[in-house]
Design a protein around this ligand. Structure first.
Ligand code: PLP
Length: 389
């Protein structure tokens, strides 16, 4: 069943209207930015306004949280100062040292942090190919694994993990399932409906969409003990989002639906047109039938396969770097999900020890004209390039 069928309004309507109601005092349709860091205490020593301190109670941040919760079909959501702050709050909230199972293919920054965290925190961490449900089953230690962490589709090969399949296996072993859904966005995948317990976003990417805010979000299926513990971690380490960033994020999220739909359409056409190009040894995009995760993507990405693809250039790393050097329109920059298209030689940014193929270029498709984007890539892939390296 289409995930929108159960909702009172279509996702696009909810997103476009943002907070939904006008600000009650001035009737302003665009919400004010609440900058206050503190709130007045009553003479009787109470807080009848229900707010105490900006770090935990900011109304602009709470508006963004409410919209993320709506988008994900979540019971509650929390905003953080970055995607890394959101993700690391989950690990820091685990009550006692536990075994964590994580995708082998995932955002490199988080993976290396996790690999360091394990030994220091008393947690043990195993990385496994979560696209293989048997491998997940084998690596799970019943009663010992407290958390399974997956990213799908995952950086930078867009590896798909079957969320419903892993949820069933994780829950049977008594573990929580956390899904980094940054790349798919709630427009295409709603992990909580597929059995996940918590969803993570680097809101820096598609949720904001304009490359001008660093933010993170968590959304939960229920207000469980771990969720309340995450809330406490955020307050204690001061990892909240600022009100101006929250306001920008709200503005960005209101166009989420149209942005990601257009980006996914363009990415799909580009992937189709690039496949078989003589300068390329591969095109990685979940929407391609040739992609190893295509069947899972068809099941759990509803309405589009996302705006991210990667190309593997014949001739190894020098050839890939040369292609990135020759684009005129695509911007050579890290990150993803913005309105401008980005190209990145991923192994260079991940550094030594990266599992990323050295000839891989990661493409984040923006909102430019498809023919302009395609022709720019074609001229960059030009006849001299395959001869390099
Ligand atoms: N998750 C994914 C999939 C990412 O791509 C990133 C950053 O690139 C993060 C998490 C971390 O997010 P942030 O840069 O907002 O800390």
């Amino acid at each position: 069943m289409d995930h929108e069928t159960r909702m009172p309004h279509k996702m696009r309507t909810l997103v476009a209207q943002g907070p939904g109601a006008a600000e009650p005092v001035t009737k302003a349709l665009s919400s004010p930015i609440h900058m206050s860091t503190t709130y007045l205490r009553d003479a009787d020593n109470g807080y009848s306004g229900g707010r105490i301190y900006g770090g935990t109670d900011n109304p602009s941040v709470q508006q963004a949280e409410a919209l993320v919760a709506t988008l994900e079909g979540a019971e509650d959501a929390l905003m953080f100062g970055s995607g890394m702050a959101a993700a690391s709050a989950v690990f820091q909230a685990l009550e006692k040292p536990t075994h964590i199972l994580a995708s082998r293919a995932m955002y490199y920054g988080l993976q290396s942090w996790l690999a360091e965290l394990g030994p220091r925190s008393g947690h043990s961490v195993s990385f496994v190919d979560t696209s293989d449900l048997d491998a997940v089953r084998t690596a799970l230690r019943t009663g010992k694994t407290g958390l399974v962490w997956i990213e799908t589709p995952s950086n930078p090969m867009w590896t798909l993990t079957d969320i419903a399949g892993v949820a069933e296996i994780a829950h049977a072993a008594g573990a929580l399932l956390c899904v980094d859904s940054t790349v798919s966005t709630p427009i295409f995948t709603r992990p909580l409906e597929l059995g996940a317990d918590i969803v993570v976003h680097s809101a820096t990417k598609y949720l904001n969409g304009h490359s001008d805010v660093v933010a993170g979000a968590l959304a939960t299926a229920g207000r469980t003990a771990i969720w309340e513990s995450i809330r406490r971690v955020r307050a204690r380490i001061g990892a909240s989002l600022g009100p101006f960033d929250a306001w920008l994020l709200m503005r960005g999220m209101r166009t989420l639906h149209v942005r990601v739909a257009a980006q996914a359409r363009t990415a799909a056409i580009l992937a189709d047109r690039l496949i078989g190009h003589p300068a390329l040894s591969g095109v990685l995009y979940p929407g391609l039938r040739s992609h190893p995760g295509h069947d899972v993507a068809r099941r759990q990405m509803i309405g589009g396969f996302g705006g991210m693809l990667s190309i593997c250039v014949k001739g190894g790393e020098p050839a890939a770097v040369a292609v990135a050097a020759q684009v005129q329109l695509w911007k050579r920059a890290t990150s993803l999900g913005g309105i401008e298209s980005l190209i990145e030689h991923r192994a260079s940014i991940e550094g030594a020890g990266t599992p990323c193929p050295p000839n891989l270029l990661r493409l984040s498709v923006g909102l430019e004209d498809i023919d302009d984007l395609f022709l720019d890539l074609i001229q960059a892939l030009g006849p001299s390039v395959p001869l390099l390296g």
